[in-house]
Ligand binder design. Structure first.
Ligand SMILES: CC(C)(COP(=O)(O)OP(=O)(O)OC[C@H]1O[C@@H](n2cnc3c(N)ncnc32)[C@H](O)[C@@H]1OP(=O)(O)O)[C@@H](O)C(=O)NCCC(=O)NCCS
Length: 292
C-alpha cells in the first residue's frame, strides 16, 4: 500500500498519540519487564501530558515532526527538536502490524535532517531490536540505561536543607546548568515542564541544581553543578514519593544515583539505551525520556 511521509500538523497529534500508544503497548507486551505489573495502555492523565508535549514540539519544531500515512490513516510518527546546538528525538513509533516494512527508517531520516546543523544528538531508546539497530546505523553511541524502583525506606532519608519550589524565575539558572551538563539549554521546554510538572531548585554557595517531578510523581529530569548537590536534590525528590518510587534513565556516568537509590532501599533494573552523537553521557544528570 502506498505510504507517504509528510510534516505533522497540530491536527495530527491525537492520531499520532494513538500510533505511539499502540506501538509502545505492543513493545511492552513483546519485551516484558517481569518485575513489573502487566503492561497497560496509557492512562487518560498520561495521554493528556503526551498530547500537550507533542503539541509543544510541533509548535517549536514543525520541521522535526513527521507522520507516515496511507489509505488506512496514520501508520507512523516521529517528533524531534533542536535546542541550541543539540538535536533530540522526542518520540518515534510505527503501528505494530506495520513495523519492519521500511516505514520507520525514512521517518527518522526526515527528523534527523531537521538536526543536520547540530553538533550533538540525544535520544532515549527503547529495547526494541529494530530501534537500536536504526539508531546505531544513524551514528548514535548506545549507553545502557538503568532505573530504580521500590518503596523508599523513609528512615534513610537525610535532612535536606536549602531546596525550594522553583518557578519561571529559575529558567536562566536551569538553562546554564543544562549547558554545563548536556551542552544546550532546554529553552522553551522549561515553560512546558513548569506548566505540567513540579520543580525543585537548590542554589547555594556550594552548588546549584534543579529537579522536576513528573505527573506521576517520578523524577522527570535532574541537573546539577556537582555531585554533592545532585545527591541532595535526589533525596529531596525521593522524600516527596508516596507509594512506589521510580528513578528512570540512569547511565553508568551517574553512579551517584545508585548510591542514593541503594541507601533508599530501591531495586536496580536495566532498560533501553541513551543514544548520543557528538557528546559524552551528561553528569551529574538524569535525562528525561522525551525532552532529554
Ligand atoms: C522502532 C520503529 C519506530 C522502527 O520502525 P520500523 O518501520 O519498524 O523500521 P524499518 O522497517 O524502517 O527498519 C527496521 C530495521 O530493523 C530490521 N528488523 C526488522 N525486524 C527486525 C527484528 N525482529 N529484529 C531486529 N531487526 C529487525 C529491519 O531489517 C530494518 O533494518 P535494515 O534496514 O538495516 O535491514 C518501530 O519498530 C516501532 O514503533 N517500535 C516500537 C516502539 C519503539 O520502540 N519506538 C522507538 C522508541 S525510542
Amino acid at each position: 500500500m502506498q505510504c507517504v511521509i509528510r510534516p505533522m500538523t497540530l491536527d495530527d497529534v491525537p492520531g499520532a498519540e494513538r500510533v505511539s500508544d499502540e506501538g509502545f503497548y505492543e513493545l511492552d507486551t513483546r519485551v516484558p519487564r517481569p518485575w513489573e505489573t502487566a503492561p497497560a495502555r496509557r492512562s487518560e492523565a498520561h495521554r493528556a501530558v503526551w498530547i500537550e508535549r507533542t503539541r509543544h514540539v510541533v509548535e517549536t519544531d514543525p520541521g522535526g515532526c513527521w507522520v507516515a500515512e496511507d489509505d488506512t490513516g496514520l501508520v507512523g510518527m516521529v517528533t524531534s527538536l533542536r535546542r541550541e546546538t543539540l538535536w533530540c528525538l522526542a518520540t518515534y513509533a510505527v503501528l505494530p502490524g506495520r513495523q519492519g516494512q521500511g516505514i520507520g527508517k525514512p521517518l527518522l531520516a526526515a527528523a534527523l535532517d531537521h538536526g543536520r546543523a547540530c553538533t550533538r544528538g540525544m535520544l532515549s531508546s527503547s529495547a526494541d531490536p529494530k530501534a537500536v539497530r536504526i539508531y546505531r546505523q544513524a551514528g548514535f553511541d548506545l549507553h545502557p540505561q538503568m532505573y530504580l524502583t521500590g518503596t523508599v525506606d523513609r528512615s534513610a532519608i537525610p535532612v535536606v536543607e536549602k531546596v525550594r519550589e522553583g518557578s519561571a524565575g529559575d529558567v536562566d539558572l536551569m538553562d546554564s546548568l543544562d549547558r554545563v551538563t548536556r551542552g544546550a539549554g532546554h529553552g522553551p521546554d522549561h515553560a512546558l515542564m513548569l506548566r505540567t510538572w513540579r520543580l525543585l531548585v537548590t542554589d547555594t554557595s556550594t552548588g546549584s541544581g534543579y529537579a522536576y517531578l513528573d505527573e506521576r510523581g517520578r523524577l522527570g529530569l535532574l541537573a546539577a553543578s556537582n555531585r554533592r548537590t545532585a545527591v541532595r536534590l535526589l533525596w529531596a525528590t525521593l522524600a516527596e514519593a508516596t507509594g512506589e518510587a521510580t528513578v528512570p534513565h540512569v547511565t553508568g556516568a551517574n553512579q551517584w544515583v545508585l548510591d542514593v537509590g541503594f541507601a533508599a532501599r530501591l531495586d536496580l533494573h536495566q532498560e533501553g539505551y541513551l543514544g548520543l552523537r557528538g557528546m559524552k553521557p551528561p553528569a551529574p544528570y538524569v535525562h528525561n525520556g522525551a525532552l532529554l
